[in-house]
Design a protein around this ligand. Structure first.
Ligand SMILES: [Zn+2]
Length: 556
């Protein structure tokens, strides 16, 4: 319709949106010319309220009713008389047959005339996305359904994505931050077709931001659900998250899966978190030949994401500044003994912090099937250990490393997802400075003892992973039988940020991390995980300075 685009621009530029009604674009737009000169338009029923200046209000110029549009997915729209669609819920996808122009006050004010409605059919009932008032949450999420260049909307419903954010994602972050981070969808926009593709994600985000009126700012997040139709859109990763500086940074993200763990993970990047990865050393916990395997912490949301979201590990919670002091104990000089409550319980002392002479933090926590980690008993498809885990905090991109408390020789790394410390077997880390022993494990708690040995005066604070002269200790313990369900695949990712491992069908690929040559500066990175088996997504990372290939484990 000739007037459609104009009306659409006016809508975006000049009008306040009426109540909870937002500038929605509906499913497939179609404008077909009927034989009798009438026109059929398919789109979403949208209303918007024209603002009137204070002077205009005093002059009695206020509009008495909102403007009503049928807006297609391509952004074009036609205006129709409000009365012609009375009784149809806003947000419904309708097919209207329109005829000639009608006269009304809005037309007199310069808006494109409303068209006479000859026939109306509701193609899809409105399913309102439940947004929350902006002031009620610390982290406001604007959701937009996006079919980027080359794509068409898939079958995912806006309301479902919004529910995922408001339910699983919000619940997770609120719980894990003691209520410090409350997430909620404050604006929701149905399918938009963009001129930008995934190959330039910032252009994609920018275009959508402009279309939906998203204003960046502290605690403000723009979440795109990017269509998976077709699945192999050039440059489209499984998910992509901008890395922020903290929980208040705000940021942009997109996902191609309506999965709470993936959205929670990308928000974690917005909050400033890197990945929860694994450190695997050759028959050693921390010494000798080692590799960092991105995502290889299946317990944590910043590791491999699947349909379970475990408790946020202490190293990541500490990075966010949300780990309560009461939840932690710090190992002092000499010998420290602590009893750790299950980290999933969310109560009691549940993390023991060990800081070595170089300032590196190690964390002990007791993971067992309690609370948020109850799936360890009910759906432990990767045969993860329950027990005491040892993590090492680090810088981006791997801000938490899960050390293997029962390490395999290098040849067994792929199949070794069992990482708990063995009770009674001392494990030495930090170049020999810290020796950790799990004394006892019961369902209620785990008792651990840490012995600190001051580093030799002649050796200036060695880097933890490079420290020599430490025997493997517990490393000789044979690894348990490999988890047969785990099959690695290889996503690609940008240097400074981290994507979510794809839940796609992977082909087994040898995991060989290749470190990026030139990391992106913090705050500007993003992630580009592969969607498909062994796929290395190229386009999405074309602008990045470096990339690396990382192992990804998932069920075959
Ligand atoms: Zn990531």
């Amino acid at each position: 319709m000739p007037g459609g685009m104009h009306a659409s621009r006016v809508l975006t530029r000049s009008l306040a949106l009426a109540g909870a009604v937002v500038a929605l674009c509906a499913g497939p737009a179609a404008v077909a010319h009927a034989e009798d000169g009438a026109t059929t338009v398919v789109g979403e029923l949208v209303q918007a309220w024209p603002e009137t200046s204070l002077e205009g209000q005093h002059a009695g110029e206020s509009h008495e009713e909102p403007l009503t549009f049928v807006e297609g997915a391509d952004g074009s729209s036609v205006r129709v008389p409000a009365g012609a669609v009375e009784g149809i819920d806003l947000g419904s996808t309708v097919e209207v047959t329109v005829g000639g122009s009608t006269e009304d006050d809005a037309a007199a004010d310069g808006y494109e005339p409303a068209l006479e409605v000859l026939d109306t059919q509701v193609l899809r009932a409105a399913r309102p996305a439940t947004t929350v008032p902006a002031g009620s949450v610390t982290n406001q999420v604007t959701v937009a359904m996006v079919a980027p260049l080359g794509g068409v909307p898939d079958g995912t419903a806006l309301a479902d994505v919004v529910d995922t954010v408001n339910d699983g994602v919000a619940g997770f972050w609120s719980e894990q931050t003691g209520g410090a981070v409350t997430v909620g969808v404050t604006a929701a926009h149905d399918w938009i077709t963009t001129a930008a593709g995934c190959a330039d994600p910032t252009a994609l985000w920018d275009e959508v931001a402009a279309r939906v009126g998203f204003v960046p700012g502290p605690g403000r997040h723009l979440l795109l659900y990017v269509s998976s139709e077709p699945r192999d859109l050039p440059g489209c990763s499984y998910a992509l998250g901008q890395v922020g500086a903290g929980v208040a940074s705000g940021g942009r993200l997109y996902v191609r899966d309506d999965l709470a763990s993936v959205i929670a993970h990308e928000l974690g990047h917005n909050f400033g978190l890197g990945h929860s990865s694994g450190l695997q050393c050759d028959a050693s916990v921390e010494d000798g030949t080692c590799r960092t395997a991105a995502y290889r912490d299946f317990y944590d949301v910043m590791g491999v994401s699947w349909d379970r979201i475990g408790t946020l590990t202490a190293a990541q919670a500490q990075r966010l500044g949300v780990l309560p002091a009461a939840a932690t104990q710090t190992a002092g000089a000499g010998t420290t003994t602590a009893t750790l409550a299950p980290v999933g319980s969310g109560t009691g002392t549940r993390a023991l912090r060990l800081t070595d002479a170089a300032g590196t933090d190690y964390w002990l926590e007791y993971r067992t099937a309690v609370g948020r980690d109850a799936w360890l008993a009910s759906d432990n498809r990767y045969r993860l250990d329950s027990g005491v885990l040892l993590h090492r905090a680090g810088a981006l991109p791997d801000t938490s490393l899960l050390l293997d408390g029962s390490p395999s020789a290098a040849g067994g790394w792929e199949d070794d997802l069992q990482t708990a410390l063995r009770p009674g077997v001392p494990v030495t880390v930090a170049g020999g400075e810290l020796t950790v022993t799990v004394d006892a494990v019961t369902p209620a708690g785990a008792t651990v003892t840490v012995v600190r040995t001051p580093p030799a005066a002649a050796v200036p604070a060695p880097a933890p992973a490079a420290a020599p002269a430490v025997l493997p200790g517990a490393g000789t313990t044979p690894a348990p039988a490999p988890a047969p369900a785990a099959a690695p695949s290889v996503p690609a990712e940008a240097a400074a940020v981290a994507p979510v491992p794809a839940a796609a069908d992977p082909a087994p690929v040898a995991a060989a991390p290749v470190e990026a040559a030139a990391p992106e500066p913090a705050g500007s990175g993003w992630t580009t995980p592969a969607l498909a088996a062994g796929g290395v997504v190229g386009a999405g990372g074309a602008a990045l300075a470096g990339r690396r290939v990382l192992p990804l484990l998932r069920r075959g």
